[in-house]
Design a protein around this ligand. Structure first.
Ligand SMILES: NC(=O)c1ccc[n+]([C@@H]2O[C@H](COP(=O)([O-])OP(=O)(O)OC[C@H]3O[C@@H](n4cnc5c(N)ncnc54)[C@H](OP(=O)(O)O)[C@@H]3O)[C@@H](O)[C@H]2O)c1
Length: 329
């Protein structure tokens, strides 16, 4: 049985990834920091390793008898201290690379992010090379670009980079909970009547793509966009989701350029006064909510044989059933 070490194992994606791997006969080493949380992951074919990938020794020791590493752990948020993003996402990734070298890991799969494509413009059918590596819309983006650079510059480590767009599913702590909270308070910010096209991904499909990245012969040395392949208007998705959870959507119709200006001023003030709590709006959020962004996933379909196993409507249905039963975000 081949062994896969998963960082970020207790994160949103990590839990789905472990399920996908175990169901397909891999043995998993779930790597992470929180002992109490990780005890809950223990099951047949899942071993726990408590450690911090910012500490080289931890990740080297954890990956001693491992075949593959999937590096999904990250500081994954839109706001915070630059040094925290650099330390976790860049230095942490360098440590993972070091562990790969020391332990002759067969393949490293790195979970990057299509937020590196984000900006103040509509962008459709983006392919993997269509990005500006000087994009500094936020520190998260900068750190993902720098981490990818480290990976691509390292010799003799077979790697695959996966960029999954907007993860959606039960356990999400970011996208859907934010929308539901906004809907209950002031309403969901809507620009241009929600006609912008978004391209999100059921988390189950991302887990599948990561397993395929281990298995595909053609994947080594390549980078892949991953989405559900179902780009749709933002408002249309909102209507489907909110109708399914029986909470009619309420919108806050605002001007995109005006809000981008406001968020720039807010960010400037937060940075000047070293406020690390996330502001109510950021330039990144405005770009994500206001502009179209769709990804070309043909390369993943061809090389990884990636076929999404869950449609967006199935994912919404599943989320809504869970939400109505539990009422927790
Ligand atoms: N969610 C999305 O929409 C999305 C979209 C594109 C790409 N991604 C990428 O997908 C990956 C998974 O995202 P997610 O949504 O599952 O994020 P998440 O829920 O925040 O999980 C990230 C995990 O990384 C762990 N981690 C952070 N620093 C660590 C360290 N130094 N040592 C060990 N573990 C550490 C965290 O553990 P602690 O609890 O101990 O902090 C957490 O469990 C990330 O690389 C993210 O950038 C996510």
């Amino acid at each position: 049985m081949e062994k896969v070490l998963v960082t970020g194992a207790y994160g949103f994606l990590g839990k789905y990834l472990i399920k996908e791997l175990v169901e397909n006969d891999y043995k998993v080493i779930a790597f992470g920091r929180k002992k109490e949380e990780f005890e809950k992951l223990k099951q047949k074919n899942v071993d726990i390793y408590i450690g911090d990938f910012c500490n080289k020794k931890d990740i080297v020791n954890a990956s001693k008898s491992v075949d593959y590493i999937i590096h999904a752990g990250a500081l994954s948020t839109v706001w915070g201290k630059r040094e925290d993003f650099i330390n976790t996402n860049v230095v942490g990734t360098k440590n993972v690379l070091y562990a790969c070298k020391q332990n002759k890991i067969k393949r490293l799969i790195y979970v990057s992010s299509p937020s590196i494509y984000s900006g103040k413009a509509d962008k459709l059918n983006i392919s993997e090379n269509d990005f500006d590596d000087s994009n500094r819309l936020n520190y998260y983006i900068e750190s993902k670009i720098l981490a990818e650079k480290e990976i691509k510059a390292t010799r003799n480590i077979p790697y695959v980079i996966i960029r999954p767009r907007g993860l959606f599913g039960i356990g999400d702590t970011s996208i859907i909970p934010r929308l539901i909270k906004a809907n209950r308070k002031i309403g969901i910010p809507l620009f241009n009547n929600g006609k912008n096209i978004v391209d999100i991904t059921c988390v189950e499909n991302v887990a599948l793509a990561l397993r395929l990245a281990i298995e595909s012969k053609k994947a080594v040395g390549n980078t892949y966009n991953i989405t559900n392949g179902e780009p749709r208007e933002f408002k249309e998705i909102l209507e489907e989701l909110f109708n399914k959870i029986d909470e009619p959507p309420k919108y806050l119709r605002i001007n995109l350029n005006f809000m981008y200006g406001v968020s720039s001023i807010i960010e400037f003030i937060y940075k000047m006064f070293h406020i690390y709590k996330e502001p109510m709006i950021t330039k990144y959020n405005i770009c994500t909510l206001g502009y179209s962004q769709t990804l070309n996933i043909e390369k993943a379909k061809k090389d990884l044989n990636y076929k999404p196993k869950m449609t967006l409507s199935e994912g919404i249905e599943k989320y809504a059933e869970h939400y109505k039963r539990n009422k927790i975000l």
